[in-house]
Unconditional design. Structure first.
Ligand code: SF4
Ligand code: SF4
Length: 276
């Protein structure tokens, strides 16, 4: 028999899961409290092929009986970002945190999937990363675009999703048969200072290969840099081949750990909707 699942249940589950992982990883963990937003599978997801990739999966391609999309964000701790902000190359900890966070996302996604199954709902998921076409550098399942569509955050000039807890962290997502409703965390049009017409552009200045511009992101230039880091940094040698990281554009930015357009910082309010 099916038993209802609420968004609050999912948020608390994620929080407990990430807290427990901090103890498991032996270093106190790289993470802060996760965020989670949901949306019903309605017409909005038809936009994925236009805004993400022309062969992007529709949520129902993963699970024809799915009713909702769930997207979560696991923010990194400030200390990790501070360490990674030094120099032009990512620090060892950033690479290690990337690997451990991908593992955490996999386990957390499976945990959520188990929770749904125990309540009588099927679900489906894809890997946290490397689910993309290396020629076109486009994901067929973009956690970022799904996060945008369910209102977990808004895109910054750096092409990352800015959530109420910032952009410095990683995303995961799944689809489920459970009806969870529309539970966004952000409804304003923008969360990026520059895109909202204010002064910033710090992420552009931080990119070591000038891959970021006000009107676009040179994904090929960025990808070359990520691969170069993996292939040339001695201290990444024992990390998996897929450790493609940089992170300079999300470390210690005005949007790294918060939405910089919220009133709490005394900036212009952009209709931000608080957590529900
Ligand atoms: S650093 Fe500034 S310009 Fe870049 S994404 Fe963040 S808020 Fe926008
Ligand atoms: S990840 Fe690095 S190379 Fe890519 S856009 Fe950000 S700063 Fe530039």
């Amino acid at each position: 028999m099916r038993e209802g699942v609420t968004v609050q249940t999912l948020r608390e589950f994620c929080q407990r899961f990430v807290e427990a992982e901090a103890g498991r990883s032996g270093n106190g963990g790289w993470w802060k409290a996760p965020l989670l937003a949901t949306g019903p599978i309605d017409g909005r997801f038809g936009a994925l092929r236009r805004i993400a990739a022309d062969d992007h999966f529709h949520p129902k391609d993963l699970l024809p009986t799915a009713r909702s999309v769930v997207v979560f964000f696991i923010p990194f701790r400030e200390g990790l970002a501070r360490e990674n902000s030094e120099g032009d190359r990512p620090c060892r900890s950033w690479g290690f945190a990337y690997v451990q966070t991908n593992e955490l996302i996999g386990r957390l996604s499976s945990g959520l999937s188990d929770l749904f199954r125990e309540r009588g709902f099927a679900s489906a998921l894809t890997p946290a990363t490397h689910n993309f076409d290396e020629e076109r550098l486009m994901a067929r399942w973009s956690h970022k675009h799904l996060g945008y569509l369910v209102g977990l955050g808004r895109f910054g000039v750096h092409s990352m999703l800015i959530t109420p807890s910032g952009c410095c962290g990683r995303l995961g997502s799944l689809v489920t048969e459970a009806e969870l409703g529309d539970r966004p965390l952000v409804e304003a049009d923008e969360a990026c200072l520059l895109r909202a017409g204010e002064e910033c552009g710090q992420c552009m200045g931080a990119c070591p290969v000038d891959a970021l511009g006000e009107n676009g992101f040179d994904r090929r230039r960025c990808w070359q840099r990520l691969k170069e880091n993996r292939n040339t940094l001695d201290y990444f040698r024992d990390l998996p081949e897929s450790t493609h990281v940089c992170g300079k554009c999300v470390a210690l930015m005005p949007c790294s750990f918060r939405n910089p357009l919220t009133t709490s910082l005394g900036r212009r309010s952009r209709k931000l909707v608080p957590s529900r």
